[in-house]
Design a protein around this ligand. Sequence first.
Ligand SMILES: [Zn+2]
Length: 129
Amino acid sequence: MSDAPHGTVARHSAGCRCDPCRDAVSRYVADRYRVAPRAGTPMSAEERERVAATRAAQVAATRAEATSARRPWTADDLTVALDYSRSAVEAARMLGRSQSAVAHARQRYGPGRPEVLPYRERPARRRRA
Ligand SMILES: [Zn+2]
């Protein structure tokens, strides 16, 4: 969904978790919070609360709308769930599953865990740039 190049916060926000994108976020967070308070723009308590509330609402919505909850993961499901160009919320909506189900699938079957993937057809692993 995002056309932002890898190694940017925008691409990470779109769901990419490749090393360059993770590094970009690390640098962003470090820059944002290392600077002196008067020069920087740390999020206010209200901002943090709003961000957290939006996130919680999205997560809750995917749980409320999930139609495929508790169905076994198929190879097709996992191809969608493990496409890191999507956020877990986006993948959850496509699959009729909850955000937490997708997050769990990413932990269980994602990069670095191919040995537990019970299917012959594995999603193509992304090359790290
Ligand atoms: Zn990336």
